[in-house]
Design a protein around this ligand. Structure first.
Ligand SMILES: Cc1ncc(C[n+]2csc(CCOP(=O)(O)OP(=O)(O)O)c2C)c(N)n1
Ligand SMILES: [Mg+2]
Length: 795
């Protein structure tokens, strides 16, 4: 017999108890103070107790990386507690302030979480992309002495409804995915319901179609033994054809119900009846719940017999609420044990009152032996699993593109082309990717120089055939561009995996992803999770707003500047000019590598030492570029979020603040307004996000007693007289800049886009939506009353 089994059986009992008690404690003891029940997913956790026990205490290796189904968080924390990686205080404070998190969290939990989960489907796909990143890192000759890890996801069966999983599957197939395991917790229950009959067969067909190996873990070893008894084959047939609802209901009802039903259906006064009668009610219940996903010997055999790197899915039959009184009940998702049930459970598992949290309490294996076993578990044998990589130095800036008329999108392509030509070490680490918009977002030049990545070389056939093309796209293992199909969810999940490479694989990458700005919303949840996990990347979104005019009304983006403002972990910029863009890109190369302690910068009040990801909202509109030298002070202001393009005089009546591609309209309006209003100012806002963050932080600091704390926008607007009106304008939702009026209390009118869908030229659309020079002048007239502004045309 496998020597590990007695230990694993005890550990499974233990993690089940601890996770159940943890949830009970959070609900009945802690939350009762506030009179609220916070739920806790006891049933979801129990469903994975056997599989997680087998994985963490036997199968996993330190180099493996795991995404644990969100609702198995209590089991995960209990396992880490037994390893000594999680504290008792955190378990007692499960779901509480700074306690163990409701869903495993890389950033908020202390216990070695590889991927944050919570929004179902994302963690699953993340393992697939992490495996592609592992291949990328290895193919480039990095992480040489680190063995290949398996990227493993524990997947809820209802989680498989999420479309992003299928988008990822297709991409994985294209990229030659390997070293990836998905283990489907086939408990046949979702949150609301019991799932459709025969779903496993659909899963099986889908995975096989994408080139995966499929392992179905249906029966446990007790069941397999029973099938060999006389009459056993009929039992197997009964199990195979029993409807999911019935199986769940009988599981919930227990041994006596099983006996009645089986005898009614199968009783033959012969072999079959004897097979049933030989067992007590308890034994019968144990037999019928001994499914493949609850059988340690079978699980170990299944996992440990995989001797190849092909992607493999395990469909493991389990019971939601395994061994608990709420097992199998269709309403059990948020179900909790009653205090009386918990008391019964405590006694049944040999835990003394007052010793509920003790690590070795009630274990049938001697403590020393168990301690030795735990020390030798391969997964924890090498200590800390989370890795790090040194920062790459950012060289002095390459020369800035200088053409008289350029768009920021063009400028981006030119800067990246310059970067691609450079031999600086950091450029080796740049990896670009795009969901089928590489060319239309101007990444083409970079890709021409640096090539596409594939594990196997593939020549550009057009080039070989001497057919002229702007793009020479050879694939090789040294290429630096990852070509993606059109799925923005995949883009963000890949960026998340690339942007965690330093932590997952100990090798730093500088990921740059491009897409059309409106399609950020298509993948927004994945972007949100990427940021939540603290993945580091540069996101370049172009074209944007209504300025992409002839591209089509359906492609216009309105809300993205607000996403930039609100998204935690993402610094958003919308430069108008290419010199600003170059400066921001250079800043981003460094910013995304930072991981300081989060103390705010005393000048900007931004937490710049902490670092984060960067979002650039760009445009295809050609603008006259300013001919100017950028001194260090202007450079800092561009990065901090705003600077005066025209400083308001002491008697200013109007200030125009603009962001992005509407710069010419703002500049024109200021010129025309200036004939009839005094000392007009023009504020260029390069990052509403950072200006706003600095302002909020400075206010908070003052409220805490740092009376001199002043943010960048406060310093800028301090020069504007109190009676002056403010007109803000952006090709995006007006609320992006509307808050500027609250900084010093200036009366403010905010122009922007609230509706979308109209096609036309830029000037048609700016007029239609009210962000042209005339609209700015009209707003100025109203907000800064005085003699009529002559250039305001009567409408
Ligand atoms: C994107 C998203 N939508 C909805 C939810 C709410 N939710 C949490 S669990 C769940 C169903 C879980 O079913 P399954 O994946 O089968 O896991 P089980 O509860 O059976 O363990 C749902 C809908 C969520 N967490 N994420
Ligand atoms: Mg389920």
């Amino acid at each position: 017999m496998d020597q590990r089994l007695p230990f694993l059986a005890e550990l499974e009992r233990k993690v089940l108890w601890l996770s159940t008690f943890m949830i009970h404690n959070a609900n009945h003891l802690r939350a009762s103070e506030d009179g609220l029940k916070i739920g806790g997913h006891q049933a979801s956790s129990a469903s994975l107790s056997t599989i997680l026990t087998a994985l963490y205490f036997a199968v996993l290796r330190p180099e493996d990386r795991v995404a644990v189904k969100p609702h198995a968080s209590p089991i995960f924390h209990a396992i880490q507690y037994l390893f000594g990686n999680q504290t008792r205080e955190n378990l007692e404070n499960f779901r509480g302030y700074k306690g163990a998190q409701s869903y495993p969290s890389r950033t908020k939990d202390v216990d070695d979480v590889d991927f944050s989960t919570g929004s179902v489907g994302l963690g699953v796909a993340q393992t697939l992309f992490a495996s592609l990143v592992q291949d990328y890192v290895k193919a480039h000759g990095w992480a040489k002495d680190r063995p290949y890890g398996r990227m493993i996801a524990l997947v809820g069966d209802a989680e498989m409804d999420e479309g992003n999983i299928f988008e990822a599957l297709l991409e994985g197939w294209k990229q030659g995915l390997r070293n990836c395991w998905w283990i489907i917790d086939y408990n046949r229950q979702s949150l609301d319901a019991v799932i459709r009959e025969g779903l496993y067969a659909r899963f099986e067909a889908i995975f096989r179609a994408f080139g995966w190996d499929v392992v179905i873990l249906k029966y446990g070893s007790l069941q397999e033994a029973a099938f060999k008894e006389p009459g056993g084959e009929r039992l197997r047939q009964w199990i195979d054809t029993a409807p999911n609802q019935l199986y769940s209901a009988l599981t919930f009802q227990g041994g006596a119900a099983w006996r009645k039903r089986l005898l009614d259906d199968l009783g033959d006064q012969g072999d079959m009846t004897r097979l049933i009668e030989r067992r007590s009610d308890f034994e019968l219940a144990v037999l019928m719940s001994n499914l493949g996903g609850h059988d340690l010997p079978n699980l170990l055999r299944a996992f440990e017999s995989i001797d190849h790197d092909r992607p493999t899915v395990f469909i493991a039959y389990t019971i939601k609420g395994f061994t608990l009184p709420l097992a199998g009940h269709k309403d059990n998702h948020a179900g909790l044990l009653t205090p009386a049930q918990l008391e019964g459970y405590r006694q049944g598992t040999d835990v003394r009152a007052g010793h509920e949290w003790d690590r070795f309490e009630g274990m049938k294996v001697p403590r020393e032996a168990m301690e030795r076993f735990l020390e030798q578990v391969p997964f924890v044998a090498k200590g800390r699993r989370r890795l790090s990589a040194p920062r790459l130095s950012v060289p002095a800036m390459v020369s800035m593109p200088h053409q008289a008329r350029m768009s920021t999108q063009q400028g981006f392509g030119l800067v990246l082309n310059e970067l691609a030509r450079s031999s600086e070490p950091i450029v080796e680490r740049v990896v670009t990717t795009s969901p089928d918009v590489t060319v239309s977002t101007n990444l083409g030049a970079f890709v021409n120089r640096r090539g596409l990545f594939a594990r196997q070389d593939m020549k550009d056939l057009f080039k070989a055939e001497r057919i002229p093309s702007t793009f020479a796209w050879d694939f090789s293992s040294k290429g630096q561009h990852l070509e993606l199909g059109i799925a923005e969810m995949n883009l963000f999940i890949l960026l998340s995996a690339l942007g965690l490479s330093h932590s997952l694989f100990g090798e730093r990458l500088i990921p740059i992803g491009t897409l059309y700005d409106p399609f950020i919303e298509r993948g927004l949840d994945a972007l949100n999770y990427a940021c939540y996990q603290d993945a580091r990347f540069i996101l370049v979104a172009t074209p944007s707003g209504v300025t992409l005019a002839p591209e089509g009304g359906a492609h216009q983006s309105i809300a993205t500047p607000l996403i930039g403002l609100a998204q935690d972990g993402l610094a958003a910029f919308e430069p108008a000019f290419v010199d600003e863009l170059s400066i921001v890109l250079w800043f981003a190369l460094d910013y995304l590598q930072r991981s300081g302690d989060g103390e705010p910068n005393e000048k900007s009040w931004l937490r710049d030492e902490t670092g984060g990801s960067v979002y650039l909202r760009l445009s295809t509109r050609l603008l006259e570029q300013p001919q100017r030298e950028i001194d260090p002070s202007l450079r800092d202001q561009i990065i901090d979020g705003a600077y005066w393009l025209r400083k308001p005089g002491p008697n200013a009546q109007v200030v125009i603040a603009y962001t992005g591609a509407v710069a010419p309209e703002a500049i024109e309006a200021v010129g025309l307004i200036a004939e009839d209003r005094r000392d007009v100012g023009l504020l260029a806002v390069t990052s509403a996000d950072r200006l706003n963050a600095g302002w909020t932080a400075a206010q908070r600091a003052r409220e805490r007693g740092l009376v001199r704390a002043t943010s960048h926008i406060e310093r800028l607007l301090a020069e504007v007289p109190a009676h002056c009106g403010l007109v803000t304008v952006i090709d995006g939702h007006p609320a992006t800049l509307a808050w500027l009026g609250s900084v010093m209390g200036h009366r403010t009118r905010s122009l922007g886009i609230e509706h979308f869908g109209q096609t036309g030229t830029i000037s048609d659309l700016y007029r239609h939506y009210g962000i042209d020079a005339q609209a700015i002048i009209g707003a100025a007239q109203m907000i800064a009353p005085g003699r009529p502004i002559r250039h305001l045309r009567a409408v």
